[in-house]
Design a binder for this molecule. Structure first.
Ligand SMILES: [Fe+2]
Length: 228
């Protein structure tokens, strides 16, 4: 991805989040100089990877495959003394090109995906086979806001603002925008998040993108704090 694309996506995500009257913590709005000035204070932010995360999952097609994520709180899978035993994120999808996060499951993380507003999101689910492949045949049992549903594999499930779906470990999911009135804002409340070890993609996918530095970054991404 180009840095211009990342900077623009973060600015647009901030607008979309403001549009639903959701407020992020101060550090979401720090500019690069502020980050550099406070370098000595951000150990915890760095350890549990709070902050901005813009990725195209290595697709080189951010318009269609990718999202802007902001991790508000998190802990560490390997050091329970660090952070909190849960995670909260905001995820913003570009509605114009119906961005999606590609098909994946988590070995450890249970997550609630919540439509926070600005449009309708859609999600497809598949069970995983014993060897971790996509099971295209078996029906999926899933809870949405406390109610149990049985859905067909790959069936499009629409989630409207305020509603959510609970995704358990080893449940394959692909989700994004159905239609938006501006970029769609999604919340994620989950167990501790570890993007280096806990994502299993159905197809070869990179969790973090290679970045072409064609302009200065407006702020670091959550995997770039060492560069400050
Ligand atoms: Fe997920």
């Amino acid at each position: 991805m180009k840095r211009t694309e990342i900077n623009k996506a973060i600015q647009e995500a901030k607008k979309a989040i403001k549009n639903i009257n959701f407020c992020l913590p101060h550090f979401a709005y720090w500019e690069i100089e502020e980050w550099r000035k406070r370098k000595e204070e951000i150990d915890r932010i760095k350890e549990v990877m709070l902050g901005w995360d813009v990725t195209d999952f290595g697709s080189d097609d951010f318009k269609h495959v990718g999202a802007v994520l902001f991790t508000i709180r998190n802990g560490s899978l390997y050091n329970p003394g660090i952070g909190v035993p849960y995670c909260e994120k905001v995820i913003v999808f570009n509605d114009e090109h119906k961005q999606v996060i590609p098909l994946h499951f988590h070995n450890n993380k249970t997550e609630d995906i919540i439509n926070r507003g600005n449009g309708i999101m859609e999600i497809e689910l598949f069970n995983a086979t014993r060897d971790g492949k996509v099971d295209y045949n078996s029906q999926v049992e899933v809870y949405m806001d406390g109610i149990k549903y049985i859905v067909e594999p790959g069936q499009i499930i629409e989630i409207t603002p305020g509603n959510s779906i609970s995704l358990t470990p080893r449940l394959y999911h692909r989700f994004g925008v159905k239609r938006g009135k501006g970029n769609v804002v999604v919340g994620e409340v989950s167990k501790i998040n570890d993007d280096y070890t806990d994502n299993v993609f159905a197809n070869e996918q990179k969790r973090f993108s290679y970045i072409e530095e064609n302009e200065p970054a407006i702020c670091p991404l959550c995997n770039e704090y060492d560069k400050l």
